[in-house]
Design a protein around this ligand. Structure first.
Ligand code: DUC
Ligand code: ZN
Ligand code: ZN
Length: 469
C-alpha cells in the first residue's frame, strides 16, 4: 500500500491556500497531496468537509500547583482530551519555576505529569519567577540549548512578578540565546493600589476584579515591556491582549522596527465586564487577567484580527471548578474577589469560536483562521514546518471540520474537568469531527477513539522571531 491512510475529497486549507485535494499519510507524515490518490489501508471520506492543520494552542495552563487552598481543574489527561476534541493536536503549557527553586525542578514536575497522559503532542514554555545569576547565567541558557526555546515572565502576581531590572536581565538571556520571551503585561503596583482601595470601601464582589485591573494598567505595562525590549534589542511576545490601546502600543513599536508577536484569546471577543456582574457570585466564573473589557474593546480586538495585527489566537485555558472548595468558590474566594483564582477554561471552544464568529461571519478568511490558530504558533515557537501546516513531510496532524454543524455550547458536552464553561449558550457553526495526530485517528465523528499517552513531548528549535509572521 502506498499510504496508511487517505483523506479523500475534502477541501484543504493552509495559512496561504484553499484547494480541493486528497491527502496520503504514511508513517505518521503527510506523504502526498494530490488529486485522485489511491492505495491506502484506510480511507476517510472528507467530502463536504474542510481539511485543516491540527490546531496548536500555545498558551494553556495544565496541572500547575496553586498552593494548598486552590486546585487547577485539568491535568494533562483531561486538558488534552478536551483539546483534541476541539480540533487541536499540539498544546504548549507552562512549567513554573517556584521562587527559591530551580527551573529544572518545575520542569521535572511538568514532564512527570504529562508523560504517558496526553492526547496531543506537548511542549513547554518555562515561567521564570526567580531570575538569579545562576538561573540566568547557566540554567536557562542550557535549557534553551535543550529545546526549551521560550519563556514567560509576569509583571503582576505576587510570587511571580519580576521588577524592571529582572525583566531586563531575563530579556538579555533571550537576546544571547535566540530564545523568545513572552510577557504578561499588567502593572502589579497599580493593581495592588486599587485592590487596597476597594477593600477599604468594602467592594469585594467579583466585578471589583475588573475595576482593579483597568485597561490603563495593561496598556502601561505593555508599553513598558516593549520599551525594555527596545533597550535590550530583543523580540517579544505580548500575550493575551485584551484591548485596542495595548495593541496600538505594539503597532507603534512595529512601526519603529521592533519585532513584537501579539496574542489574543476568545475571552476578549466573547466576554465582557458585564459578565462579572452576575448574581450569586456567578461573576467569579469569568474572573481572569487581563479581565474582559467592554463591547467597544471587543470590537477593537476584532478589528486588530481583521487587519492582521494579531499573530496568535490562543485559549489561555486556565481552568478552575466553580462550585468547589478549591475552585472559584473557595472559602475565601466566595466573599472576596482577591481570592478568586484567576483563569477560565477555553481549550475545547477556542477553534469553534474563532471559526464560527470569525470565518462563518465573514470577519476572517479561512487562511487567516489557520494562521492564527496553528501555523503562526508553530512558526513563533520553533515547531514549523513539522507542525502547523499541511505539506509533504510535515507531521500528519489534521483536523477535518464539518463547517455545517450547528451547535449551542453547553458544558455537559465538553470534555475538560471543570464544571462550567464561560461560553455556555454561545451558538456555533462548524466543529472539528475527525482529528489525526501524526497519522493516528484520535477523534472519529466527534468521539474520542485515540489512546491516552499518544501525545509525545516536542523539543523545539529556536523560534522564527526574526520575522513578522
Ligand atoms: N491570567 C494569567 O495570567 N494566567 C492564567 C489565567 C489568567 O487569568
Ligand atoms: Zn498571563
Ligand atoms: Zn496564561
Amino acid at each position: 500500500m502506498a499510504f496508511d491512510i487517505l483523506i479523500k475529497g475534502g477541501t484543504v486549507a493552509t495559512a496561504s491556500d484553499t484547494f480541493p485535494a486528497d491527502i496520503g499519510i504514511k508513517d505518521g507524515l503527510v506523504a502526498a497531496i494530490g488529486r485522485d490518490l489511491s492505495g491506502a489501508a484506510e480511507t476517510i471520506d472528507a467530502t463536504g468537509k474542510l481539511v485543516l492543520p491540527g490546531g496548536i494552542d500555545s498558551h494553556v495552563h495544565l496541572a500547575e500547583d496553586k498552593g494548598p487552598l486552590i486546585e487547577m481543574a485539568d491535568d494533562f489527561t483531561t486538558g488534552t482530551r478536551a483539546a483534541v476534541l476541539g480540533g487541536n493536536t499540539t498544546v504548549l503549557p507552562f512549567s513554573v519555576q517556584e521562587r527559591g527553586k530551580s527551573l529544572r525542578e518545575g520542569l521535572a514536575r511538568a514532564h512527570d505529569r504529562a508523560e504517558g497522559n496526553a492526547y496531543t503532542d506537548v511542549s513547554f514554555h518555562l515561567i521564570v519567577s526567580d531570575p538569579t545569576p545562576q538561573v540566568l547565567g547557566q540554567e536557562l541558557p542550557a535549557l534553551v540549548a535543550d529545546g526549551y526555546t521560550s519563556f514567560k515572565v509576569y509583571m503582576t502576581y505576587e510570587g511571580l512578578k519580576l521588577n524592571d531590572g529582572e525583566i531586563l536581565a531575563t530579556m538579555d538571556v533571550a537576546r544571547r540565546t535566540g530564545a523568545l520571551m513572552m510577557v504578561h503585561c499588567e502593572n502589579e503596583d497599580a493593581i495592588r493600589f486599587l485592590c487596597d482601595k476597594f477593600a477599604a470601601e468594602d467592594r469585594l464582589e467579583p466585578a471589583a476584579h475588573d475595576d482593579a485591573r483597568p485597561l490603563v494598567v495593561e496598556r502601561e505595562a505593555t508599553h513598558r515591556a516593549i520599551s525594555l525590549a527596545e533597550v535590550v534589542d530583543v523580540p517579544l511576545v505580548i500575550v493575551h491582549i485584551s484591548n485596542g490601546a495595548a495593541l496600538e502600543e505594539i503597532e507603534r513599536a512595529r512601526a519603529r522596527g521592533r519585532k513584537i508577536v501579539a496574542e489574543t484569546c476568545p475571552q476578549y471577543l466573547m466576554l465582557s465586564e458585564a459578565d462579572l456582574e452576575g448574581m450569586d457570585w456567578e461573576g467569579a466564573k469569568f474572573v481572569c487577567s487581563p479581565p474582559p473589557r467592554d463591547k467597544a474593546e471587543q470590537e477593537n480586538v476584532w478589528r486588530g484580527l481583521a487587519r492582521g495585527a494579531f499573530d496568535l489566537f490562543s485559549s489561555d485555558h486556565c481552568p478552575f471548578r466553580y462550585r468547589h472548595e478549591k475552585g472559584k468558590l473557595n472559602p475565601r474566594g466566595r466573599t472576596d474577589f482577591r481570592h478568586i483564582p484567576n483563569g477560565i477554561p477555553g481549550i475545547e471552544c477556542r477553534l469553534p469560536i474563532l471559526f464560527s464568529e470569525g470565518v462563518v461571519k465573514g470577519r476572517l478568511s479561512l487562511n487567516d483562521f489557520v494562521a492564527l490558530t496553528a501555523t503562526n504558533h508553530a512558526k513563533t515557537y520553533g515547531l514549523h514546518p513539522k507542525k502547523g501546516t499541511i505539506a509533504v513531510g510535515s507531521d500528519a496532524d489534521i483536523a477535518i471540520w464539518d463547517p455545517t454543524i450547528r451547535e449551542t455550547i453547553a458544558h455537559e458536552r465538553l470534555h475538560d474537568a471543570s464544571d462550567y464553561t464561560p461560553y455556555e449558550g454561545v451558538e456555533i457553526t462548524g466543529w472539528p469531527v475527525t482529528v489525526l495526530l501524526r497519522g493516528t485517528v484520535m477523534v472519529r465523528d466527534r468521539e474520542l477513539v485515540g489512546r491516552k499517552g499518544s501525545g509525545t513531548y516536542l523539543p523545539r528549535a529556536l523560534p522564527f522571531a526574526a520575522h513578522r509572521l
